[in-house]
Ligand binder design. Structure first.
Ligand code: PMP
Ligand code: GLN
Length: 385
């Protein structure tokens, strides 16, 4: 029989996250692979969801998102970034950022269009571009500074370019794009009339410098779809509540897809997200300080073990170069790490078209309990024994 998988989805296989978590469980390895906290989210947020369920908030929510959540999001973006998005018209609540990414790409791009992606890319971008029937155009972020060549970027903008996806803070590198870099991307978008889809799910996890939303740059609000997620900031990744903020015409495009993909997102979880997002800034500062401590610990220990590694400016990931330890290939290294050391990491070549560029690194997630990180470090110590 011919493969039942549609041609545009062939070749993607099973996501590297599912694959590595499966292997980690199989080998009893410490999972520093998939990016999810191994601790629970805040009690008051869980209580708000339980209260909403008890109150009978069990039917479909408004398709575009609960009014309370729109209000909380609008107030938060105004406070944090001075960005004004109208409740009702300019917000779409989705089932995680993953759905918002699909809606944004499928809602604006189609056959004949090209979408620029930076590699290493979060794996869903390329699959979404393909599902939309469009074509990805890849521009490389070169390790170890994860910078792009401005000429290569300019060359990627052609007559078919419809959109560019920018992810800052960036998974897997931990890079936070500088204002200068964002300005150069913005200038090309404005000059060539290209849309910008920004994935800012790690917006609050910046340790050095500051997160700059693309939509705050001159002339960019009107051409940008800003995507983020509740899961990272509130350590509840399994709730899958995300959103897209965009001016009304672009929101219309996002919703054109959203209404037929999920129509609406889980009602009680939206109630709880509205409560969580209405909080002051204290919770987030605390979370950031906690993650900064975990980052510093893991980076210091990885260096001691013999990896070459720079502290990431944002996210909860660190990419470590294992060549000084005598290894060459990320897939082989990560397999060995699970089987021999009992630690799981992500081989970043999964996020590259040009596989060889990603094959000297392993991505470790530090959104884990101190004890989990300490166990992983003790096991990784065998590498230098
Ligand atoms: N974008 C990036 C860069 C991510 O790392 C993730 C991962 N978790 C997502 C999107 C997906 O977010 P969500 O879980 O809200 O769908
Ligand atoms: N974003 C998470 C990571 O990068 C994983 C999300 C997923 O499993 N799809 O590890």
């Amino acid at each position: 029989m011919r493969s039942p998988v549609a041609r545009r989805l062939q070749g993607f296989g099973t996501t590297i996250f599912s694959e590595m978590t499966r292997l980690a469980n199989e080998h009893g390895a410490v999972n520093l692979a998939q990016g999810f906290p191994d601790f629970d989210g805040p009690e008051f947020v869980k209580e708000a969801a339980i209260a909403a369920i008890r109150d009978g908030r069990g039917q479909y929510a408004r398709g575009t998102g609960l009014p309370d959540l729109h209000s909380a999001l609008a107030a938060r973006y105004r406070r944090d970034y001075g960005l004004d998005y109208a409740e009702g018209e300019e917000w779409t609540v989705t089932s995680g950022a993953t759905e918002a990414i699909f809606d944004a790409i499928a809602g604006t791009c189609g056959p004949g269009d090209e979408v620029i992606l930076f590699e290493p890319y979060y794996d869903s971008y390329k699959a979404c571009v393909r599902m939309a029937g469009a074509r990805p155009r890849i521009v490389t972020l070169h390790a170890p500074a994860w910078r792009f060549d401005p000429d290569a970027l300019a060359a990627a903008f052609g007559p078919k370019t419809r959109a560019i996806v920018v992810n800052s803070p960036h998974n897997p590198s931990g890079k936070v794009f500088t204002r200068e870099e964002l300005e150069s991307i913005a200038a090309l978008c404005r000059d060539r009339d290209v849309l910008c889809i920004t994935d800012e799910v790690y917006e609050h996890l910046v340790y050095d410098g500051a997160h700059i939303p693309m939509a705050t740059l001159p002339g960019m609000r009107e051409r940008t779809i800003t995507i983020s997620s509740f899961g990272k900031t509130f350590s509840l990744t399994g709730w899958k509540v995300g959103w897209a903020a965009a001016p009304a015409p672009l929101t219309e495009a996002v919703r054109a897809a959203h209404q037929f993909v999920t129509f609406a997102t889980a009602t009680p979880l939206q109630h709880a997200a509205a409560v969580a997002l209405s909080l002051g800034t204290e919770y987030i500062s605390l979370l950031r300080d906690t993650y900064r401590g975990k980052r510093d610990y893991l980076v210091r220990e990885l260096k001691r073990i013999g990896f070459e590694v720079d502290a990431p400016a944002g996210t909860y990931f660190v990419c470590a170069d294992f060549r000084p330890l005598g290894f060459k290939d990320d897939v082989e290294f990560c397999r060995m790490l699970i089987e021999k050391c009992g630690v799981a990491a992500i081989p970043p070549s999964a996020f590259y078209d040009h596989k060889r560029l990603g094959k000297s690194y392993a991505r470790f997630a530090f959104c884990k309990k101190d004890h989990t990180l300490e166990t992983a470090v003790a096991r990784l110590g065998q590498l230098c024994a």
